[in-house]
Design a protein around this ligand. Structure first.
Ligand code: NAD
Length: 389
């Protein structure tokens, strides 16, 4: 009997293109949302990109509320406050507007406002999502302003549990936004650090999905083209934030990464999650730091696959050529080569390293790594990424 057994999920309606944010009132009508809660983060809330979007709602006479108490790497207290705002304003849907942090929190507010169980009961474990009251989930419109997480086309939201200092992935099929407006003009104001970090997040999603074991040729195909788009456009978007073509391709690559990672992720993410939860580092930038060390660790299992990918991206030299291209890309984007470049004053003792390795091996992404991530291996990867070797 054939072993080619798999399950494929594909994204939602995406209205893609510069200027399409003007269609927000139409998207609200299409999803039946009459009183949206507009969820964004405090940094974005001060920028013209939010003011001009709210003006579109004002001009269309949409009664909306704004909630912007969202930390980068959002925490449970942000969610609690967002749910209170949703209920108090008698909202019937969410416009999640921003990077992964605001998108995730907006999605989770729409999800959790109608639930009676704690959010942790819906962690992405087995079929825990079936515990939710599906009918009580409010519709979501997602509007990304970064190009990295792909949360706009995903069925998950990430939130940090402040008690345990762990990042938890909450999953439900209805966390998938009903409509996405992917307008690259909204991303032109991203500063260089965020452009690089989010772009490398998209890259990490595509790369880890492509290397994850399992039968998913559609995810593989999407991941391969996503990686090509990042190689060709991220340095352009980084060098000139106003390059709308590069911004558009990066916005596509981000959505492609998230579509691809339904196949699985791997040790880059398994290590990045505890580091993000304990040191509050930028998620994509943390992924970028770990990338070459994890590539080298996985070499034996992925050499041939990576050689095929390299050929598609017109990179010479098979696996080694690809690994060099990753290092070159990171340099162009000023990604720190080692963890101390990302976390100032980093001084990790043995106990802390052990804790991070313990957290990495139980992270839900660890199972997707093509080579088993043991505690010893996680410790080794951590040491390498601290030493830069
Ligand atoms: P972010 O949302 O935390 O935003 C980072 C910073 O960029 C913020 O200060 C924000 O104000 C600013 N910013 C965003 N858009 C801007 C713009 N257009 N112009 C100027 N500034 C802008 O960063 P992110 O990398 O997009 O998201 C990271 C979060 O997403 C993490 O919590 C991570 O765990 C989560 N994540 C979720 C998924 C998922 O599948 N749901 C996947 C990967 C990561």
């Amino acid at each position: 009997m054939s072993k080619l057994v798999s399950k494929w999920n594909y994204p939602t309606t995406v209205r893609f293109g510069a200027g399409r944010i003007s269609e927000l009132p139409d998207a609200l009508a299409a999803t039946g949302i009459k009183r949206p809660l507009f969820v964004t983060d405090p940094g974005l809330a001060k920028l013209p990109v939010v003011a001009s979007t709210l003006k579109i709602l004002d001009d269309a006479k949409v009664p909306y509320g704004v909630f912007s108490d969202v930390k980068p790497n959002p925490v449970e207290s942000n969610l609690t406050a967002g749910i209170a705002a949703f209920r108090q304003g008698k909202h019937d849907g969410v416009i999640a507007f921003g990077g992964g942090s605001a998108l995730d929190l907006g999605k989770l507010i729409a999800f959790q406002a109608g639930q009676t169980r704690p959010v942790w009961d819906f962690e992405d474990v087995g079929d825990w999502w079936t515990r939710a009251n599906s009918d009580a989930i409010a519709p979501i419109i997602a509007v990304p302003t970064t190009a990295g997480t792909g949360s706009e086309v995903g069925r998950a939201g990430v939130v940090t549990n402040e008690e345990t200092h762990t990042k938890k992935v909450i999953f439900h099929p209805k966390l998938l936004p009903a409509i996405v407006i992917a307008d690259p003009e909204l991303s032109v104001g991203m500063p260089q650090f965020i452009t690089a970090g989010t772009g490398m997040d998209a890259f990490a999603h595509c790369l880890e999905a492509y290397c994850a074991p399992g039968y998913h040729p559609m995810a593989d195909g999407i991941a391969v083209e996503g990686i090509r788009l990042v190689f060709e456009n991220l340095p352009r978007a980084y060098a000139n934030g106003k390059d709308l073509t590069a911004r558009a391709h990066m916005m596509s690559a981000a959505a492609m990464g998230a579509a691809a990672f339904q196949k699985g992720l791997g040790a880059i993410h398994s290590l990045s999650h505890p580091i993000g939860a304990l040191y509050d580092t930028h998620h994509g930038m943390t992924n970028a730091v770990f990338m070459p060390y994890v590539l080298a660790f996985n070499r034996d299992a992925i050499e041939e696959r990576i050689a095929r990918l390299a050929a598609y991206c017109r990179i010479r030299g098979g696996f080694d050529g690809f690994a060099r291209a990753v290092i070159k890309l990171r340099k162009e984007l000023n990604v720190p080569h080692a963890l101390p470049g990302l976390i100032k004053g980093l001084d990790m003792d043995k106990k802390r390293k052990g804790l991070i390795a313990d957290m990495a091996v139980v992270d839900p992404t660890a199972g997707g790594n093509p080579v088993k991530l043991t505690k010893k291996a996680a410790l080794g990867l951590l040491e390498n990424s601290i030493a830069g070797t």
